[in-house]
Design a protein around this ligand. Structure first.
Ligand code: SIN
Length: 340
């Protein structure tokens, strides 16, 4: 399987535009690494639109090449590579910054945000804005939050009540909060790189996983699971990051133009994310994937089962941040409960 993955990576690499095709010798080159599909995942789509706009509007000054599907780095290595100047931009999920900061643990609290609009409201308010600079002293600058969507559970057997998960092994991202969430279900968490999840499910290394509709679709995870349960129990959010040194090295007008383009793409793509996720959900059904929905009573059982996670991390993430996140979920247009 490793050979197959290597062959796939090679095929993808040869499909990528070579640096020399896109960049001129005078360009400042930005390598933008992602672990996701360039076509089906909201981050992959946003990264490519950002690159296309920079390459058109800043031609001769800056050029951006996107490396999707872990073809350049995976999330375990990309941040160190960024600090060494080997890659200039990436947008790991907020669960992948544990080695640099604990502030993003908030986002992994189960059933905190009822929907992506609540996440947006929190991130664009002062508490969220402040979080972007949580890693400046460690050499990383957060530029923009990118949305992905709500996470769903899947497994190799039907999951309708929390006890259905008992004893199963779940692939997780490297997050202490998500690990605790899985243990609260009396199941076993196992941190596995995103690029290895399909194989891990297919070969039975793990029994289940949690992710967004777009990732479940693009990685074909639905094809190696009994079904997906629409739990909407968590959010998958990204932070677009660069290194403090790289950002400082840019001439001020270049930096301003680049960040303005990034912000424009962020606003546009964050607004489109729900549609991208809905399309992936429909595509899973069309491809024969099985989706289970929960009754309000069943959902309440999942909320209750994961409640202990909040107590464990409340001090860590800060009660003020939790309150701000809950307030974002109670905004006037929202009619769903926070579940927390
Ligand atoms: C991603 O969407 O960037 C990957 C998330 C994961 O590791 O599950």
């Amino acid at each position: 399987m490793k050979a197959l993955a290597a062959a796939l990576a090679l095929t993808l690499m040869s499909a990528l535009p070579a640096l020399a095709e896109v960049c001129t010798p005078s360009d400042i080159v930005i390598k933008f690494a992602t672990v996701v599909s360039a076509t089906d995942n909201p981050k992959g789509i946003a990264a490519q639109i950002f690159a296309d706009r920079v390459n058109a509007e800043m031609a001769g000054k800056v050029c951006v090449i996107v490396y999707p599907d872990s073809t350049l780095y995976d999330d375990d290595t990309v941040l160190q590579a960024m600090l060494q100047g080997d890659v200039q931009m990436a947008a790991p999920s907020l669960s992948k910054f544990e080695a640099f900061t604990k502030v993003f643990r908030l986002f992994d609290l189960p059933f905190l945000f009822p929907d992506v609009a609540a996440v947006d409201a929190f991130e664009t308010a002062p508490a969220g804005e402040r979080m972007k600079s949580a890693m400046t002293a460690r050499g990383l600058e957060g530029l923009e939050f990118w949305h992905s969507g709500m996470k769903q559970f899947s497994a190799n057997r039907p999951l309708l009540r929390p006890e259905d998960a008992t004893g199963l092994k779940f692939r997780i991202q490297p997050s202490a909060v998500i690990a605790s969430e899985i243990r609260a279900l009396r199941a076993q968490p196992q941190s596995i790189a995103f690029s290895d999840v399909y194989d891990a499910l297919r070969t039975g290394v793990v029994d289940g996983q949690e992710n967004t509709w777009s990732n479940i679709y693009a990685q074909k995870l639905y094809a190696v699971q009994d079904g997906i349960t629409e739990t909407n129990h968590g959010v998958l959010e990204y932070l677009v990051v660069t290194s403090v040194d790289f950002l400082k090295s840019l001439p001020p007008d270049t930096r301003a133009q680049l960040l303005a383009i990034l912000h424009g793409v962020t606003v546009e793509r964050n607004a489109a994310v729900t549609a991208v996720e809905a399309k992936s959900r429909a595509a899973i059904l069309a491809a024969g994937g099985h989706i289970r929905t929960l009754t309000p009573e069943e959902r309440a059982q999942w909320v209750a089962a994961m409640q202990p996670v909040w107590a464990e991390f409340r001090a860590d993430v800060g009660p003020d941040n939790i309150e701000a996140a809950q307030a974002a979920g109670r905004r006037p247009t929202n009619d769903a409960g926070t579940g927390g």
